[in-house]
Design a protein around this ligand. Structure first.
Ligand code: NDP
Ligand code: BG6
Length: 517
């Protein structure tokens, strides 16, 4: 695999050949006037066009209530690309890409709007040779999904004869449900219309290069797997720290909170990749089977256990990088009395032969001092402290293996070494692999990788129905306890600090501490 080549079951050296074979397709984005389309999807599609990775016969049809024409959609798409593309706009590539963009305006529940969409798809099929294959992207609030799926079923957009009429796949954005019940219901609704193999539940963390590299790191090397277990690992810390607040997404976030927004999806995905057994093959089924097993092995928390194993917080006004920032309750579209958590820390156990009694500490928060996502595996100390009489034992930090997901993507191993000279002094040192220094190519964005995989029909990096339900079932006891407890004393951490005191207490009770990032 060359650097920068996305890792998916169809990736690798044959990826270029696979791209040539990409089937024609029309991609329909529902919610095409929204933030996700603007900041992520259009720039990702443009970058795929720039790399000639889109199918040769391809079109994008935006659908939303906004009263836009094709030209308006194209004009706004250019703005999106100018503002958010990882590479500058090339006019020739842009022109050809822009010609593949179309727009349908209408209400999601209106049969006439779906009829207009169906007519446009027929026209596009004829003019651009997209061959009747449709990739639907649900980039809008989940309340609209049943209306959209119902409309597509009625106009023959799905549920057709695959051999004769082409395929229909659907990409569903996160959060997939708000709890176990609603996720099950959403799965039922989606399965009414699509086969599970055609459903691509997106978690953009799985499209990140460094997240995909966890599998390569663990299973392409022989030296790490033998120590990747309870005999050698003391505990694992997974951190998703953000310095940003909730921005323009206040109303979404206030109804969601950090547990549902980040822990249930991104963090449990990281945990399952770190803790999974080696899959028997590198394909969507085998990899996801192993990930699901980890989620099923995570011990559920309930009642008072939740109080001991979790901490939540909400940021107050504070300072980040020399700038004063508002408290969460002062953000746009957030209730001034909000009890929504913007920080979560929790301790989980994976009850398996490999991980019995090894704590996995997870923490995530908004308005923390810096943006940093990492997985740190702390190893047990050497069994016999040979140097205790001649060296300062307190300087003898444990070994850490750290996978930095972002920024400064890379992997570090911390080990003890002798300071030159005498007497013997021992200090920690780092062995560092830094992506940017080792590979000179720029990695594709997560959305580029994931859209390309959905076009290929490779679901390895997408979340399966049972996986998403298993993840929600881990959260169920916590959500229930938090809901029934009296409102927490929020806000309880200043923006620009590392979260509430309860987060420190959580690890300190176990005689451990959070890594300083
Ligand atoms: P938006 O709130 O921007 O909504 C997208 C579009 O959907 C809007 O432009 C609007 O278009 C339409 N819409 C919004 N609310 C409703 C409604 N109640 N009923 C019908 N149509 C509505 O969402 P985002 O683009 O931010 O997110 C889309 C999806 O992606 C969501 O599921 C979100 O959770 C997920 N997501 C978003 C991320 C982001 O960074 N934005 C990150 C990760 C996931 P119109 O009025 O023109 O019909
Ligand atoms: C999204 C969350 O899924 O992930 C956001 O909804 C969060 O709240 C974002 O900011 C973080 O993604 P990244 O790629 O910036 O780590």
């Amino acid at each position: 695999m060359s650097a920068g080549t996305p890792l998916s079951a169809s990736g690798g050296p044959s990826a270029a050949a696979a791209e040539e074979a990409l089937e024609p397709c029309a991609m329909v984005i529902f919610g095409a006037s929204g933030d996700l389309t603007h900041r992520m999807l259009l720039p990702a599609l443009y970058n795929l066009a720039l790399d000639r990775r889109l199918p040769p016969r391809f079109a994008v049809v935006g659908f939303a209530r906004s009263d836009w024409t094709d030209d308006e959609f194209r004009r706004r798409a250019r703005q999106s690309v100018q503002q958010f593309s990882r590479r500058p706009v090339d006019d020739a590539v842009w022109e050809s890409f822009a010609n593949s963009l179309f727009f349908v305006s209408g209400e999601y529940h209106q049969p006439q709007a779906h009829a207009r969409l169906a007519a446009l798809l027929k026209k596009v099929e004829k003019e651009r040779g997209t061959g009747g294959n449709h990739l639907y992207y649900l980039a809008l609030p989940p309340t609209t999904f049943p209306l959209i799926i119902g409309g597509l079923q009625k106009t023959g957009g799905i549920g057709r004869d695959h051999q004769r009429d082409g395929w229909a796949r659907v990409i569903v954005e996160k959060p997939f449900g708000a709890d176990l019940e609603s996720a099950r219901e959403l799965n039922r609704q989606v399965h009414n219309a699509f086969r599970e193999d055609d459903v691509y539940r997106i978690d953009h963390y799985l499209g990140k290069e460094t997240v995909q590299n966890i599998l390569v790191f663990r299973f392409a090397n022989g030296i790490f797997e033998p120590i990747w277990n309870r005999r050698y690992v003391d505990h694992v810390q997974i951190t998703v720290a953000e310095s940003i607040g909730v921005g323009q997404r206040g109303s979404y976030y206030d109804a969601t909170g950090a547990l549902r927004d980040i822990v249930q999806n991104h963090m449990l995905q990281l945990l399952s990749l770190v803790a999974m057994e080696p899959p028997i093959a590198f394909n969507g089924r085998a990899v996801r089977n192993e990930k699901v097993k980890v989620l099923h092995a995570v011990r559920h928390l309930a009642g008072e256990e939740v109080d001991a194993a979790t901490a939540r917080g909400q940021y107050a006004r504070g300072w980040i990088s020399g700038q004063e920032v508002p408290g969460y309750r002062e953000e746009d579209n957030v209730s001034p009395h909000s009890a929504t958590e913007t920080f979560v820390a929790l301790r989980l156990f994976v009850d398996s032969w490999r991980w019995a009694d090894v704590p996995f500490y997870l923490r995530t928060g908004k308005r923390l001092p810096k943006r940093s996502t990492e997985i740190a595996v702390q190893f047990k100390r050497a069994p016999h402290l040979l140097f205790r009489d001649i060296a300062d034992v307190s300087a003898m930090e444990p070994n850490f293996l750290t996978i930095r997901i972002q920024p400064n993507e890379g992997i570090s191993i911390k080990f003890l070494t002798k300071v030159p000279g005498s007497p013997v002094r021992i200090r920690p040192a780092n062995m560092d692999f830094i992506y940017g220094a080792s590979f000179l190519v720029q990695a594709p964005s997560a959305y580029e990788t994931l859209i390309l995989d959905a076009l290929r029909g490779d679901a390895t990096l997408f979340t399966r129905a049972d996986e998403v339900e298993a993840a929600w079932s881990i959260m169920a006891g916590v959500l229930e306890r938090w809901q029934s407890a009296p409102p927490p004393a929020f806000p309880d951490y200043e923006a620009g600090t590392w979260g509430p005191a309860g987060a420190d207490a959580l690890v300190e009770r176990d005689g451990r501490e959070w890594r300083r990032l």
